[in-house]
Every structure is written in C-alpha cells, then in structure tokens.
Write a protein that binds this ligand. Structure first.
Ligand SMILES: Nc1ncnc2c1ncn2[C@@H]1O[C@H](COP(=O)(O)OP(=O)(O)OP(=O)(O)O)[C@@H](O)[C@H]1O
Ligand SMILES: [Mg+2]
Length: 254
C-alpha cells in the first residue's frame, strides 16, 4: 500500500452507550503506512473511537453505532458494519493491543501459535514459523528465543506488551489499533515500544492512543485531539515540529 492511500475512512461516526452519545459525528481518514495518534482528556472518547474500528463497542450491551466506517482490505473497501465481512475476520484484519498486556496462561510460543492455528488454520509447523517471524518483527526474538516454552506471564511487562504486539502482527492485520500501549510500563520499556512503533509504521497503518504528548509528537504523522466526543484539532508533522503548537496543546489537555 502506498503511503498516500488511506487504510480506513470514518464518516459521521456516532457511538452511544445506553442512549448517551459519546462520539458525536467523527470524520477521519486513516492513512496507510503512517501513525495516527489520538490524544485527549480522560473520557473524551479515544478508546471508544478505537473500538469502533473493529466493532468492539458491540460487546457492551446497549451500545449503538451509526455513520460509516470503511476499511481498505487489499484493493477493496469494505463497510466494517456491513454484511460483507464477518466480525471475526474484521477483528483479525484490524488488530488491537490494549493498555495492559492480555496474554493467556500458556507458554510464550503457544500464545502465538494457538490463534494462528485457530484463526488462520495453520498447521503446527507453519504456526511455529509464523510465530517466530512475528517475534522478530516485534523486536522480541533475541530475548525469548531460548524461553519459548516458559509461561508468557513470567516475561517482563515490556516483553509481555511486545508479545501482544507480536500476536496481533502474526495475524497479518491491515490496521493496528493500540490503546495507550505504554501506559503500564516503565520509562525504558515504554521507549522500547515507542521505537518499535516508529519502525512498524513504515509497513502498517497504526492508530495509537497516547497519554504522553511528547511521545505522541515523536510518533505521529497525524495527531488528533479529541474533546468531548469530537475532533477538536488535527495536526500534521509540520505543526508538531513547532514547539509552540505543542505548548498550546499541553495547555488545552492538561
Ligand atoms: N462500555 C461502556 N458503557 C457505558 N459508557 C461507556 C462505555 N465505554 C465508554 N463509555 C463512556 O464513553 C465516554 C468515553 O469513554 P472512553 O473510554 O472512550 O474515553 P477515553 O478518552 O478512552 O478515556 P481515558 O483516557 O480515561 O481512557 C465516557 O463518558 C465513558 O464513560
Ligand atoms: Mg481510554
């Protein structure tokens, strides 16, 4: 996919929970091979916006979504909420990494091979190869290549988060959603993930929620500020490189 193309397009997106609307008509183009970063105060709707992209809001009773969410899958555009794409397939193509690592109480390798076998139907051998490739892509291979059979929950926080990222990457997503992926990590581990994301955005469309404005500014090709369920500012790289823009944003956000 060329960097100038979009990976997803949202038009007039509204999400309500139990009749209370929390996203009030969001229009957003998500470019391929770039990082779109969302910032905003707590409760502004960042997680809800991410979850709208892979229909996770539907897991909550009383959630209602309207407007359009279109995702580019190869050459085709599909309506994420239409009948053309089963929701399991949508969630494979639109991978998600959460704020806290959510691994299964299985070995490092099985955390990757199990979804590969179940979701992609790979054989044991194929799944192991894909798992190892994904570990390398997530910058974890050297650290875990001799620990593939240890319980994943024995890894450090930063390693667990990269394992979650490897698991999402192994399923060959078109779009990768990350909700404050460094929030539960110490400074060094957070920096490691940040550098990894900067490398991954060369090849993937990333949508990242960040609680750190400096980190957001380092990663973002586009920075969106959400305010009470609406996009209140959109900044590109040039804006982000001007110190005063960030200082102004800092004031608005914190
Ligand atoms: N499952 C849910 N049921 C009911 N209301 C919800 C649900 N999820 C989110 N909301 C409401 O939607 C609004 C936006 O929440 P959201 O989690 O998207 O905010 P956020 O920007 O991610 O905040 P934070 O920075 O604290 O993670 C809030 O008012 C929240 O209470
Ligand atoms: Mg959130």
């Amino acid at each position: 996919m060329k960097a100038t193309e979009n990976a997803a397009e949202l038009r007039g997106l509204r999400v309500a929970f139990a009749g209370r609307e929390v996203l009030h008509g969001v229009d957003l183009d998500i470019p391929a091979c770039a990082a779109t970063v969302l910032v905003g105060r707590s409760g502004s709707g960042k997680t809800t916006l991410l979850r709208a992209l892979n229909r996770l809001n539907e897991c909550f009773e009383g959630a209602h979504t309207s407007g359009s969410v279109r995702i580019r899958l190869g050459k085709d555009w599909v309506d994420a909420y239409g009948d053309g794409l089963p929701v399991t397939e949508l969630r494979r193509r639109v991978g998600m990494v959460f704020q806290t690592p959510n691994l299964l109480p299985l070995s490092v390798e099985r955390n990757l091979t199990m979804p590969l076998r179940q979701v992609l139907g790979q054989s044991r051998g194929e799944a192991r190869l894909s798992a190892h490739a994904a570990l390398a892509e997530a910058g974890l291979w050297d650290e875990v290549k001799d620990r593939l059979s240890v319980p994943a929950l024995e890894l450090s926080g930063g390693q667990q988060q990269r394992l979650c990222l490897a698991r999402a990457l192994a399923l060959r997503p078109e779009l990768l959603l990350l909700d404050e992926p460094t929030a539960s990590l110490d400074f060094l581990a957070a920096r490691g993930i940040e550098e990894l994301l900067i490398r991954l955005k060369e090849r993937y469309a990333l949508v990242v929620v960040s609680h750190s404005l400096p980190a957001a500014a380092r990663l973002a090709d586009r920075l969106l500020v959400l305010r009470e369920g609406q996009v209140s500012a959109r900044l590109g790289r040039e804006d982000l490189e001007r110190g005063e823009t960030l200082a102004g944003l800092m004031e608005e956000l914190f």
